[in-house]
Design a protein around this ligand. Structure first.
Ligand code: 2BA
Length: 109
């Protein structure tokens, strides 16, 4: 048994969950926040047999798109002619960040 943990963008989550559920995978959705952008993202927990992991990852690949986001840079802003000028940086986010964990025991009680 494996646990697939997938961190995806909120915009991609509803269609991805529908696609996984259509294929009879059990999914738990958690609301999460990225440490860098400090904006919401979605973490999905998907418990599967090890033979299913590649299929789950290919479904995630199909539904999760890479996007660019502009964010305030983690360096001090500057004042130009008395105008506050925060530095911004463009970052590429996603498609998905995926971890696959071994599960030593799985029970439903
Ligand atoms: P965030 O931490 O909000 O990061 C959003 C995007 O910002 C990242 O996209 C990456 O392109 C960029 N970024 C992150 N840290 C950076 C840094 N120190 N300097 C410059 N740019 C940086 P992704 O790599 O696609 O990650 C999307 C989200 O997945 C992350 O949101 C975080 O919530 C999660 N994540 C990514 N790698 C992780 C890891 N190793 N462990 C736990 N969570 C992770």
């Amino acid at each position: 048994m494996k646990l697939v943990i997938a961190i995806v963008q909120d915009e991609d989550a509803p269609r991805l969950i529908d696609a996984l559920m259509d294929k009879d995978y059990s999914v738990t959705k958690l609301s999460s926040t990225g440490g860098f952008l400090r904006s919401g993202n979605t973490t999905l927990l998907i418990g599967v047999n090890k033979e299913e992991v590649d299929n789950v990852i290919s479904i995630i690949e199909e539904y999760c798109k890479t996007r660019k986001q502009i964010t305030a840079a983690p360096i001090p802003a500057t004042w130009v002619s008395s105008v506050y000028m925060p530095h911004t940086v463009e970052v590429q986010v996603g498609g998905a960040t995926i971890f696959v964990l071994d599960i030593s025991q799985f029970e439903k009680i």
